[in-house]
Design a protein around this ligand. Structure first.
Ligand SMILES: Cc1cc2nc3c(=O)[nH]c(=O)nc-3n(C[C@H](O)[C@H](O)[C@H](O)COP(=O)(O)OP(=O)(O)OC[C@H]3O[C@@H](n4cnc5c(N)ncnc54)[C@H](O)[C@@H]3O)c2cc1C
Length: 397
């Protein structure tokens, strides 16, 4: 069953954006740090839609700027830019994702105290707030940003559990589970992302921003940054391919970008559309349920837009895609660029299998990503300095 809180269609995403717009200015800035619990939203709760691009960052930023102007929108736009920044940062350093996956798997293999991990995940540590968030996450697939920060901090510095297993717990339950935002936020709390700078959750801060709902005892009083071997230097973005020309193609949509209409604006030469759930890459029930329904919505929109038959499939398995290409009589597959993570890995494996059959695969990146990601070279603040002029160039303001 899909969580009713996040109906997985573009129409529902647009409705939520419209309902949130009046709040996106001063009210968001004043309220965004307060976690009112699952029933009281103080933020947009647009993250599952943005994560799978049922809504794009560009259209959300554009609508908020139109409604509130630059000054009053600044806080909200900044938060959306955090997402873009994390995506770009990881894209320039894919080894940080591979390192996380390897360390997580190693911790799972060699876990010394499985009981402590189980108690943390089941919300049975006895720590007020933490236990509630663990259960809230499993039940709803969502936590407020501040609760995610407190939870990660307590996990790392009070319970002294490996951060990679906490990040994994989030990936298995968040409906917006994202390789970049999740991994890099956990690293940030642990003091790895901004070397030496950690995030320490305190009882006072939790009590203040939960309106007194929680005031835990016994939290760590200090947070000493974790350490690691140096992170590889930023590389370059792989080239984005163009879809100019009218050679007939199969459009392949993945859960990384379920809004092909805004990427390939003209009907072009798509003879058929395949929308892949790519279930192996979705580790949690909430995200699987969300994507499971969003594929049907995406297929219907794509079929209407391109006047081509659209089918939904479970995975990016080469045989399925080859069959679809052959049925459409095409030797070219075009897909929205999938950023670092399991879907990108599956697309790479597919590309190799298609190439063996003489079929080319083209990955096409959005202008937003092309313009902003290359600037995720250092910390967020230099990125934020550059962003307004780049965003203005994209949306013509
Ligand atoms: C430990 C930890 C793990 C996280 N894991 C994820 C994750 O897997 N997926 C994910 O989308 N976000 C993640 N975040 C970021 C953030 O908590 C969520 O994006 C936000 O809570 C979503 O709620 P919202 O849509 O109401 O946000 P709003 O405050 O309304 O913000 C609007 C949009 O901006 C983006 N955004 C806001 N804050 C952040 C942020 N700090 N970092 C990155 N993007 C942000 C999101 O796309 C969000 O939908 C994590 C944060 C922490 C501290």
């Amino acid at each position: 069953m899909v969580d009713l809180e996040f109906p997985p269609t573009r129409a529902a995403a647009l409705d939520r954006l419209a309902a949130f717009l009046p709040e996106a200015g001063a009210r968001y800035e004043a309220m965004r740090n307060t976690d009112g619990g699952p029933a009281r939203a103080t933020t947009s709760r647009l993250s599952p839609f943005l994560r799978h691009r049922l809504l794009t960052e560009q259209e959300v930023v554009e609508r908020v700027l139109q409604s509130h102007g630059r000054a009053a929108s600044a806080k909200f736009v900044q938060e959306v830019l955090w997402r873009t920044y994390w995506k770009g940062w990881l894209e320039l350093r894919p080894a940080v994702w591979s390192r996380f996956v390897a360390a997580r798997d190693e911790h799972l293999r060699s876990l010394r105290d499985p009981r402590a991990l189980r108690e943390a995940e089941e919300g049975r540590t006895g720590i007020e707030g933490f236990d509630d968030w663990a259960r809230e996450l499993v039940a709803h697939g969502y936590l407020h940003n501040h609760a995610r920060m407190w939870f990660a901090s307590i996990w790392i510095f009070t319970l002294r559990l490996p951060w990679e297993l906490g990040a994994d717990f989030f990936l298995r339950h968040l409906v917006d589970a994202d390789p970049a935002s999740n991994t890099l936020s956990w690293r940030w709390v642990a003091g790895l992302q901004t070397a030496g700078k950690t995030y320490l959750a305190t009882a006072e801060n939790i009590a203040r921003f939960t309106n007194g709902r929680f005031s835990p005892h016994g939290l760590a009083c200090e947070a000493t940054a974790l350490t690691e071997p140096p992170v590889p230097a930023a590389g370059k973005l792989p080239l984005s391919e163009s879809v100019q020309g009218d050679a007939p193609a199969l459009l392949l949509v993945t859960p990384e970008d379920m809004n092909p209409e805004s990427l390939f604006a003209s009907p072009g030469s798509f003879r058929a559309v395949v929308v892949a759930r790519e279930e192996p890459s979705l580790r949690g029930a909430h995200a699987r349920a969300f994507v499971g329904e969003a594929v049907a919505d995406t297929a219907a929109r794509a079929a209407a837009r391109y006047g081509a038959p659209a089918t939904c499939v479970a995975s990016l398995d080469a045989e399925t895609i080859l069959r679809a290409a052959s049925a459409a009589s095409v030797r070219r597959v075009v897909t929205p660029y999938a950023p670092v993570g399991p879907v990108a890995d599956a697309v790479s494996a597919l590309e190799a299998a298609l190439a063996r059959e003489g079929i080319a695969l083209a990955r096409v990146r959005r202008r937003w990503d092309d313009a902003l990601w290359p600037h995720a070279l250092r910390g967020f603040f230099p990125f934020r300095e550059k962003a307004p002029s780049l965003v203005a160039g994209l949306i013509g303001r």
